[in-house]
Design a binder for this molecule. Structure first.
Ligand SMILES: Nc1nc2c(ncn2[C@@H]2O[C@@H]3COP(=O)(O)O[C@H]4[C@@H](O)[C@H](n5cnc6c(=O)[nH]c(N)nc65)O[C@@H]4COP(=O)(O)O[C@H]3[C@H]2O)c(=O)[nH]1
Length: 949
């Protein structure tokens, strides 16, 4: 027995005594309780007999029944202080009285044992089977009777094998020893192999006839099982090892490979070498043995070490082979290297954890949806929808939409995309748990594109703020665009305005503000261009200088408004009569210029001149008045009259003055001599300015006489300019100039004053009182302060207003209608007489004439000059006389130079006449002489008749 009391070896006699398999069996189980003190008793005895032999009696309960035995025990040697490794026990039947009955009893017992022994027992004589028990006969397919006297060789595979066996066994047996063979292949009657373990002993060393007793144990099955186990062990893909008391007893190749040990390297060593620490070793052992002791298999996973120290994750399964043997039993361990799986699992676990972490920390809502329900979603999703995790998990997707319409639209669009194998992306309005809405950007895709109605994963992002920001941005952009558009429009308007302003400025710079006609600057440009073209083309061009006759009078008397209107009208008419290629320009005042390029011959210019005169002949109607205007036109030609613009302008101007001198309302072509006249004109104009102050003016007096008596009825006051170099200058030469430049007003006033003073002087000198007729130019007449000025002169001089007459030309009278009437009325009121000068040259309105408080009309010299030869003039004179008669006006004929004229005038009933026939204009000192002559009296003192001034 070993230290635990298990039988480790037994001899055949013992086997016969016991009649049961002994190996591994606790010895105590053979000893009847009470009689042999059981196992404890055996142990105790082994312990007591640690170092000494013992002898005791007990009862052996074997297969054949209870048997009194005497037991001698002897401990196996052990190191000092160590418990015994085991003990040998020698059982012998207790000698309870010797004698035949006892022997017979013994034989019977032995026979019974043999009969029931589970092992084969055979007694052989040399080469002959003497007897055998049924077990043995059965093992080889015979009955015991058939076995007796057979040659043992029949149980061997071959004679040679038999011989070798005998040769091996007999020497041992002959020495009295116990022959043992663990395994030998023998032959069944039917030829199949029977594997046996054999033990043999000579029955009696001294008697060969006693034979040899062989005990054969059929180990065929055991062996097959062992082979099978070995095959399993060899081919297993898991590591397998057997242990006993935590010591390796066996291991397979796989185990050796797994742990890096050679197979033989581990056998006999403690399984501790598999563990990293003592603690792990102890803990796993404690745990495993607890489970195994209950008859259950033990399973666990543990870290174990390879030989080289690398750890492995091992799945461990342990079985106890023989529970009855307790801790000393054999354990089978199967070890599976799950390191890689473990690693994979760990990686998977980490991946899952990472996934979870990603899901949990994702800034997007993430949900897995199947059949309209959320299967799973992350924390952000719950946050987005304001619903707890449980609430949203498994929620109907429909409930995340504010209404059925929104949900159906989303669902249909999703299906469409999924069916087309596309990811569905959209922004939709969704609803939170509390009912509030928000805009979400959704991105969904099916897990498996082949199963479109299967699971899908959705990413959800709250884009409300983003949309609001985008909206705000859009609005801001729209607003900005609007502002930009507005500003652009403003800028464009500004640019247009600026351009217009520039154009206006440009226009203003080059055009006359009143009429819109080109001004002097533009005219100069165009003239230069036209000259260039004419020079190149060898053409002629004409420059026509137009001055409006008596315009200044109209302007001063009727106001600028009327003057402006008149100028505008003239401008329009001029434009109408010229060609588009011609230029009509206004130089200022009443001066216009027409530039006519491409003139072939001077006759063309005459045609233009006629057209202009005709166009202006038509009166201009303005504020109830008919304004009569006429032009004086000077024409010059390039290259005939000048080669450059300046000289052409000068010459046209000169021609214009010539036209004025020629009685106005006509045109004159430039001639060389005109330049001299014009030069003279300018010279006079300059010199006239200081003439009054220099007392260069003087008055002449021309009598107006009665046609019958030729007696002076009146004296016309005629102005002369005593020019320092030129001598006396006639009014026809300078009156137009001072009318133009306005000096007529102060000079005219001087004339009235001086005439009155002269009249007073004559009065004082006793000269006959003859009324003085003073010419009033239109401009003078229309001057606002005229009446006051005359009144002042009357007051200052003390002249009798009845001694004063004013002569006003017909044209001047007719031009100014209502205002004229008022002035005339005021003068009439003051007692001053009025006469119409140059009657017949203007366009008198009878209606006006009737209303004017005039007393005389003077028949223009033009009608008198050829009176005696011109029937036409006579008819005119007759008509004027008839008119004067019907208006009860006195008529005065001017320019009567001969008696025939006088005669005719008389005949026509003209009472008064003026002309060289009677007297030329006289100096003041000659008047008293004339009057005295007429009166037939001595003339008054001329010196005394000079006015005081
Ligand atoms: N050939 C010819 N001429 C004759 C004859 N009898 C008189 N005359 C001229 O005829 C003009 C008559 O004066 P008017 O018709 O009022 O024409 C005047 C008058 O309209 C104007 N005038 C003269 N003095 C003044 C004045 O003090 N003030 C204004 N406003 N005009 C004046 O100047 C015009 C010319 O004056 P005058 O040169 O002095 O010329 C005078 C006179 O010398 C004649 O038989 N034959």
């Amino acid at each position: 027995c070993d230290a635990q009391g298990r039988i480790t070896a037994a001899n055949d006699a013992m086997a016969v005594l016991a009649g049961v398999p002994l190996l591994g069996r606790p010895l105590a189980t053979l000893l009847e309780a009470g009689s042999a003190d059981g196992m404890e008793s055996a142990h105790a005895r082994i312990g007591l007999a640690r170092h000494e032999e013992d002898c005791w009696e007990g009862v052996l309960s074997g297969a054949g029944g209870a048997m009194a035995v005497e037991v001698r025990s002897r401990p196996l040697p052990a190191a000092s202080g160590e418990p015994a490794a085991g003990a040998t026990f020698v059982f012998s039947r207790a000698a309870r009285g010797a004698g035949l009955p006892a022997l017979r009893g013994t034989l019977l017992e032995q026979a019974a044992v043999a009969e029931h022994a589970p092992v084969g027992i055979v007694v052989t004589l040399p080469h002959l089977i003497k007897s055998c028990n049924p077990r043995l006969a059965g093992m080889f397919g015979y009955t015991p009777e058939q076995m007796v006297n057979r040659h043992p060789v029949e149980m061997f595979s071959s004679a040679a094998q038999y011989d070798a066996f005998i040769e091996e066994a007999i020497p041992v047996l002959e020495r009295g020893g116990l022959y043992e063979k663990a395994e030998i292949q023998m032959r069944h009657r039917d030829g199949r192999a029977v594997w046996c373990r054999i033990r043999a002993k000579a029955v009696d060393m001294d008697s060969q006839e006693a034979g040899i007793i062989w005990i054969l144990e059929d180990v065929t099955e055991t062996r097959r099982a062992l082979v099978e186990v070995q095959a399993i062990m060899t081919n297993a893909t898991v590591g397998i090892f057997f242990s006993r008391e935590r010591v390796f007893t066996r291991c397979n190749e796989c185990f050796a490979r797994m742990f890096g040990y050679g197979e033989a390297e581990v056998l006999g060593r403690s399984t501790r070498l598999l563990y990293a620490s003592e603690q792990e070793y102890v803990e796993l052992g404690a745990h495993a043995y607890g489970v195994l002791a209950e008859g259950r298999s033990f399973q666990c996973e543990a870290t174990m070490l390879r030989k080289d120290g690398t750890p492995m994750w091992i799945k461990v399964i342990g079985y106890a082979v023989n529970l009855a043997e307790g801790d000393a039993g054999t354990l089978i361990w199967m070890l599976e290297d799950r390191t890689r799986q473990k690693r994979d699992e760990e990686a998977l676990r980490v991946a899952l954890m990472e996934n979870q972490a990603i899901l949990d920390n994702a800034v997007l809502g993430i949900a897995v949806v199947e059949r309209g329900r959320t299967l799973r979603c992350n924390r952000k999703m719950a946050e987005l929808f304001g619903r707890d995790f449980q609430g949203i998990d498994g929620a109907r997707v429909r409930s995340l939409y504010p209404d059925a319409g929104g949900w159906l639209a989303a669902r249909d669009a999703t299906l469409q995309d999924f069916e087309a194998g596309r990811v569905h992306m959209a922004e939709r309005e969704m609803v939170r748990g509390d009912g509030t809405r928000f805009w979400a950007r959704l991105s969904g895709r099916p897990f498996d594109l082949d199963q479109r109605d299967g699971r899908s994963v959705w990413l959800v992002e709250d884009v409300t703020a983003e949309r609001e920001a985008a909206d705000a941005l859009r609005r801001a952009r729209d607003e900005l665009e609007l502002r930009v558009r507005e500003r652009t429009a403003e800028l464009q308007a500004e640019i247009v305005e600026r351009r217009q302003a520039e154009a206006r400025v440009h226009h203003m710079a080059y055009h006359d503000a009143l009429t819109g006609l080109p001004n002097r600057a533009l005219l100069a440009e165009r003239l230069d261009r036209a000259l260039l073209a004419a020079r190149r083309g060898g053409d002629r061009l004409a420059l026509m200088f137009i001055d409006l006759d008596r315009f200044k009078t109209i302007n001063d008397s009727l106001g600028h408004l009327t003057g402006d209107h008149l100028l505008q009208e003239v401008a329009q008419r001029l434009c109408r009569v010229v060609r588009a290629s011609d230029t009509v320009a206004r130089l200022g005042g009443d001066e216009f210029v027409v530039l006519v390029p491409g003139v072939r011959e001077p006759g063309e210019c005459a045609l233009v001149g006629d057209k202009i005169i005709a166009a202006l002949a038509e009166p201009v109607r303005f504020e109830g008045r008919s304004l009569h205007i006429s032009p004086s036109i000077g024409i010059c030609l390039y290259p005939d009259d000048g080669a450059d613009g300046a000289s052409l302008m000068r010459h046209a101007d000169a021609a214009m003055y010539q036209a004025k001198a020629a009685g106005r309302n006509n045109y004159q072509f430039y001639a060389e001599r005109m330049s001299a006249a014009a030069a003279r004109h300018f010279e006079l104009e300059t010199q006239l300015h200081g003439a009054l102050a220099r007392r260069e003016f003087t008055l002449l007096f021309q009598p107006i006489v009665t046609t019958r008596e030729r007696r002076t009825a009146c004296l016309e006051v005629l102005l002369r300019w005593r020019h320092p170099q030129r001598g006396l200058v006639g009014p026809d030469e300078f009156i137009p100039i001072i009318e133009e430049n306005g000096l007529i007003v102060p000079i005219g006033e001087w004339v009235i004053r001086h005439a009155c003073e002269q009249a007073v002087a004559w009065r004082r000198a006793g000269v006959r009182a003859v009324p003085l007729a003073v010419n009033l130019s239109a401009r003078q007449f229309m001057q606002r302060g005229l009446v006051e000025s005359v009144r002042r002169i009357l007051d200052d001089t003390g002249i009798d207003p009845a001694q004063l007459e004013f002569e006003i030309t017909e044209t001047a009278l007719m031009q100014h209608g209502g205002a004229t009437l008022e002035t005339l009325a005021q003068l009439d009121c003051m007692g001053i007489r009025l006469s119409i000068d140059d009657f017949g040259t203007g366009y008198s309105s009878l209606a006006y004439l009737k209303r004017f408080p005039v007393h005389k009309m003077k028949i223009d010299r033009a009608f008198v000059r050829d009176l005696e030869t011109s029937g036409e003039d006579q008819a005119i004179v007759a008509a004027i006389m008839a008119l004067a008669g019907s208006l009860q006006l006195a008529a005065v004929a001017e320019g009567v130079e001969n008696a025939a004229q006088l005669e005719l005038l008389r005949r026509h009933g003209c009472d008064y006449a003026q002309g060289y026939l009677f007297a030329r204009p006289l100096a003041a000192d000659q008047v008293p002489l004339l009057l005295a002559r007429e009166d037939g009296a001595a003339p008054a003192q001329a010196a005394a008749a000079r006015p005081a001034a």
